[in-house]
Design a protein around this ligand. Structure first.
Ligand code: G3P
Length: 250
């Protein structure tokens, strides 16, 4: 059985309190049926996470964009998974390619963060994706295999983890892989999950596609086998675009 789709918005370093009006519109649509057939999630910046939780109501979850691997302590500027949970987060993104690139996050660190998230009772959304150079060298699956082996914690399940495939070259560029390429990668991720965690867990873990998902291409991408939802960046900042993407899930 296919898992329930999840459409997630990653606001990255965008959005101040004035942006809560967009969330109000998303919450209104969610309460009017948008959330009936799919799970909805917005990951705003940490500064407005608590306010977002208040605005989004019961039908849209909120999540963090990163967490520290430690439970607490002397880590100036960092946020723990428990802190995110404390203000109402249900998910946290870990291992986004921007964190891997900007902050040098390794697979081992991403795994430690995912473990910390799961321990705190959050769903870890673990991101993987190849660079353009890796794709051009024909190394996409090899790179993803290494990232998955190193970033996924033991003992994960469909309730505690989501995998997001985000080709680095497709993020914010308006370019997307072909439907055939998305299918090949998502099939590969499902098989990789199955080899390590067994068929039951593998079929329950949602595998999202991310990278230039827009209202115009969402239906095509979301219809691909083994695509269980989307992780949306730029288009999630505008309620009407995010809602249109949610509506594209069959
Ligand atoms: O995490 C979502 C993201 O990296 C994709 O961004 O703007 O290409 O939808 P965007």
């Amino acid at each position: 059985m296919k898992p329930r789709p999840l459409i997630a918005g990653n606001w990255k370093m965008n959005g101040q309190l004035s942006a809560l009006t967009e969330l109000k519109n998303i919450a209104a649509a969610a309460g009017s049926g948008l959330a009936d057939r799919r799970d909805l999630l917005i990951c705003p910046p940490a500064t407005i996470l608590s306010a977002s939780r208040g605005v989004l109501g019961d039908h849209v979850a909120v999540g963090g964009q990163d967490c520290h691997q430690a439970e607490s302590g002397a880590h100036t500027g960092d946020i723990s998974a428990a802190m995110l949970k404390d203000v109402g987060a249900r998910y946290v993104i870990v291992g986004h390619s921007e964190r891997r690139a900007d902050h040098g996050e390794s697979d081992a660190l991403v795994r430690a963060k995912a473990e910390a998230a799961m321990k705190a009772g959050l769903v870890a959304m673990i991101c993987v994706g190849e660079t353009e150079a890796a794709r051009e060298a024909g190394e996409t699956l090899e790179v993803l295999g290494v990232q998955l082996a190193g970033s996924l914690p033991d003992g994960l399940s469909g309730e505690t983890a989501v995998v997001a495939y985000e080709p680095v070259w497709a993020i914010g560029t308006g370019r997307t892989p072909t439907v055939a390429d998305v299918k090949q990668v998502h099939d590969f991720i499902r098989e990789t999950l199955s080899d390590r965690f067994g068929d039951a867990v593998a079929s329950a873990v949602r595998i999202l596609y991310g990278g230039s998902v827009k209202p115009a291409n969402a239906a095509e991408l979301l219809a691909v086998d083994n695509v269980d939802g989307a992780l949306v960046g730029g288009a999630s900042l505008k309620a009407s675009d995010f809602i249109a993407i949610c509506e594209a899930v069959a």
